[in-house]
Design a protein around this ligand. Structure first.
Ligand code: HEC
Length: 135
């Protein structure tokens, strides 16, 4: 009887360990953890950018739905850079990665006074946060 109980306990423990492990490794949870880390890097953008369309208007355009958004597409914002004015590309993970690495290198005439995030893992986390910004 004791043996059965011990085995049962073992089974329950290993099943819940497996469940916890699968939760930790599920892509949604990993993405959320990454976004949470990216929130810290967003502090560097928040002086100039609001995260929502009805946030305070600052020096830069708001960044609501920025991942997937057409570049330079806010009607009430006066962009200075040709590629933005001409709306010649979309902001996706690849273009944001390039932008956040060295904005001045990607669009030399733009006026964003920010010199980039040198570490790839910081850029990746920030993009995950921009995709799914949590308050
Ligand atoms: C000191 C102010 C400032 C900081 C800090 C800053 N930006 Fe900007 N950002 C701007 C300005 C100004 C523009 C408009 C550029 C132009 O029109 O040439 C801009 C433009 C952008 C755009 C283009 C938006 C569109 O509608 O096409 C993105 C994306 C962006 N910034 C992301 C970021 C992110 C992410 C950060 C933080 C890592 C950041 N910026 C930090 C001022 C800033």
């Amino acid at each position: 009887m004791l043996k059965i109980r011990a085995r049962l306990a073992f089974t329950v423990i290993s099943a819940s360990t497996a469940l916890a492990a699968s939760l930790l490794t599920s892509p949604a949870v990993a993405e959320q953890a990454l976004a949470e880390a990216g929130k810290r890097h967003y502090i560097r953008c928040s002086a100039c950018h609001a995260l929502s369309a009805d946030g305070p208007s600052n020096l830069g355009p708001h960044l609501e739905n920025i991942v997937g958004r057409l570049a330079g597409s806010l009607e009430d914002y006066e962009y200075t850079e040709e590629a933005l004015i001409n709306q010649s590309f979309h902001w996706d993970e690849a273009t944001l990665e390039e932008w956040l690495r060295k904005p001045q290198e990607m669009l030399p005439d733009m006026c964003m006074p920010f010199f980039g995030l040198p570490r790839a893992e910081h850029r990746e986390a920030l993009i995950a946060y921009l995709k799914n910004p949590t308050p």
